[in-house]
Ligand binder design. Sequence first.
Ligand code: URA
Length: 232
Amino acid sequence: MDEKRSPSLPHVHVPVGTEDLAELAAAAQRCQACDLYRRATQVVFGEGPTPAPMMLIGEQPGDREDLSGRPFVGPAGELLDDALDAAEIPREQVYVTNAVKHFKWEPRGKRRLHMKPTTSEINACRGWLEAEIAAVRPEVIVCLGATAAQVFFGRAFRLTQSRGVLEDGAPWASRILATFHPSALLRMKGGDEGEYTRVRRAFTLDLAEAASAVSFRSTRVRYRGARSSASA
Ligand code: URA
């Protein structure tokens, strides 16, 4: 298999000339570009159609994702599913992935506690994310949280200042929008109810704003001929 060495990351071997996500995902399982592979169960690669009009990028897999090998299947994924529904975005037409593909954690009693990836860990994964973007060719990229947004806008990016804005996405997509990470919303649950409702609504509106930049295939069920059979 041909492999490309990133000039800035000579230790990363991403297959070139393939837009086959299964091939990319299989190659990523062997990635040792940073130390996160040592503690993680497996690489959690992205999932979804190719091409896809919209790509959602989170931070890194959580506990449930690490065990199942699939992105956003735990509590954050459930909240994300609900918000996509509310924004009338069909999840099956969206490609979902993470900036970092291994779960970073530390033991806390019996639990595995999520740890934020460092800049060098994010950079070590960048080749995989770029390969996914090349394969998926999204029209709009939605960054869920600051970690994903900083991949595109640099470390100075602040969610508090630039959230919910459809930015020029060149060279990755037509548009890029950054919004909250669903885990941030989960952490607010049980606190100030009014604030939680406000942020949850803002999250849905941000997703709807991103969706306004693309067109999804219609998912409406058409009851063709229903009237004629009813009157028959
Ligand atoms: N949080 C993320 O950023 N990604 C996942 O896949 C799950 C939780």
